[in-house]
Design a protein around this ligand. Sequence first.
Ligand SMILES: NC(=O)c1ccc[n+]([C@@H]2O[C@H](COP(=O)([O-])OP(=O)(O)OC[C@H]3O[C@@H](n4cnc5c(N)ncnc54)[C@H](O)[C@@H]3O)[C@@H](O)[C@H]2O)c1
Length: 242
Amino acid sequence: MSAAAKFDFSGARIIVIGASRGGIGAAIARAFQDAGGTVEITGAEPECLPEDAARFPYTQLDVTDTDAVESFAKSRGELDVLVNCAAITKRGEEMDPEFFQHVLNVNLVGSMRCAKALQGALAKRQGRVINIASMYARFGSPQNPAYGASKAGVEQMTKSLAIAWAPDGVRVNAIAPGFIVTEQSARARQDPTFTDAIEARTPLGRWGQPDDIAGLALFMGSDASQFMTGVCVPVDGGYSVV
Ligand SMILES: NC(=O)c1ccc[n+]([C@@H]2O[C@H](COP(=O)([O-])OP(=O)(O)OC[C@H]3O[C@@H](n4cnc5c(N)ncnc54)[C@H](O)[C@@H]3O)[C@@H](O)[C@H]2O)c1
């Protein structure tokens, strides 16, 4: 197969969990569809953005609800790519143990719930799981301790699932985005000192856009990465190497 053909997703089925608000999940979903894939998306809200409602079947799916996740997965017979993108964070409010636990439940256990529920469907197509981690998997963050712990868990879970599911030909990788302009980062971006400091430290000199993440997702979802499993790759404009 030629290198270009590996990025043709015609005939492939892709689910992006957490793609309702026009952020990273939506950019990944659009990229897979533009590459020929059959894509459906989910989110916590009753509806996704109108432009994505016109493009994708949408399901409201709370990833903390095991029954709902399992019933969603049951009707999906075979799957080529699962992207786990659903997550929450509340800068400055994550020291409360109950909220801490909730963040872990959405970001970490939610990703595990979806992956486990769709494992059989993925195994039928030698599928690929792409978990969205974060730079905060590796850095401490006094404002987002739950988020950081959850994303460190996502990175670690990626390694374990990669080993566990390799015998079925299912590959499991993760992406660690840097600072990206989305609804989730809107609260943090209200603080100009914070936004300026990030720009100043980032070698490429800017915040990322959701589309900046999509290329690696296509690569991880394609046969171009067929000997890659269990890794977490940063896409952060160089922030983490400074
Ligand atoms: N924006 C950034 O700077 C940044 C950086 C690193 C990693 N990320 C990660 O990228 C992913 C996408 O985030 P984004 O920035 O595009 O934000 P976003 O707000 O656009 O997307 C978050 C998605 O998670 C969904 N979600 C939230 N709670 C849910 C629940 N209980 N059940 C199901 N879905 C739920 C929302 O509906 C939404 O679709 C997340 O995993 C996030 O942690 C973002």
